[in-house]
Write a protein that binds this ligand. Structure first.
Ligand code: 0O2
Ligand code: 0O2
Length: 214
């Protein structure tokens, strides 16, 4: 495929990521407006890089026509403060009617051997373009801030060492994965205390000024 064809192929995925980011950020805003604790901390998204798509297609032995079967070309990441919030976000996703969940991968209870933890939800997302209606696959990753910190660092190291991280660093990464897990557990144990404090803080900062000026 030439550059223009790839761009055309990726356009629906760009649209999907954009729409999902707006919708999920909207969920956070709705909680804030009601002065409720938002289970979503922040949302990011990306369309998979071309070299990464090609590498994965090669690894999986895909023919060009099978690339649309790849689940994570469109990817959205939902960061949460506490492990419990991952399940709140899942509850929110499961009742939505604007996409269909086709698979869930629980790397929270089934941590990967690398130490990676996250909850992945694969969806079929309908989009309308001037070429008509179609459905694209997208992956929503839900993780705590601690899981995100660890995964971001590990991802950069994997990139640097092209998947062959030296043993000593790998061992240290395993230790940090355990520490991130312990941090999540400790934070969960004082969750109610923290949430109450955050709501008080948010509530105060959002009080309108008397005359709308500083
Ligand atoms: P605010 O007011 O900063 O919260 P875009 O789609 O253009 O808005 P883009 O290019 O996708 O954003 O950026 P990216 O890198 O995906 O980041 C999206 C949002 O996540 C931004 O918020 C960042 O501030 C927020 N973000 C990224 N990393 C962190 C983090 O470590 N902690 C927190 N709390 N937020 C983070 P917005 O939407 O610009 O608004
Ligand atoms: P990118 O484009 O760099 O973000 P596979 O890709 O075949 O290994 P699979 O089974 O297709 O994995 O899908 P999976 O595991 O549900 O999701 C793959 C994505 O999950 C990865 O995207 C990462 O974002 C994340 N991920 C999975 N395992 C790990 C891990 O051990 N460490 C880190 N840091 N992230 C992981 P890519 O491939 O990195 O794509």
């Amino acid at each position: 495929m030439n550059k223009k064809k790839w761009e055309e192929f990726l356009d629906p995925y760009v649209q999907t990521v954009g729409e999902l980011k707006i919708k999920l950020r909207g969920v956070r805003k709705q909680y804030q407006k009601k002065n409720l604790y938002p289970p979503i901390e922040f949302v990011t998204g990306r369309v998979k890089r071309l070299d990464s798509i090609k590498e994965k297609a090669r690894r999986r032995g895909y023919k060009p026509s099978q690339i649309i079967e790849m689940e994570d070309i469109a990817g959205v990441r939902v960061m949460v403060q506490f492990v419990e919030n991952i399940y709140d976000v899942l509850d929110i996703l499961r009742v939505r009617t604007d996409f269909e969940i086709i698979e869930e991968r629980d790397y929270i209870n089934n941590q990967k051997s690398s130490g990676y933890r996250s909850y992945h939800v694969i969806i079929k997302y309908p989009i309308d373009t001037i070429d008509g209606h179609r459905e694209v696959l997208a992956e929503i990753q839900i993780r705590t801030l601690a899981m995100n910190f660890w995964a971001t660092i590990e991802h950069s190291l994997n990139y640097k060492y092209q998947g062959l991280i030296p043993l000593e660093i790998r061992e240290r990464l395993n230790v940090t994965a355990q520490i991130a897990y312990a941090l999540d557990r400790e934070m969960s144990s004082i969750r109610e205390e923290i949430q109450e404090a955050q709501l008080l803080f948010e509530g105060e900062s959002e009080l309108p000024e008397e005359d709308g000026k500083w």
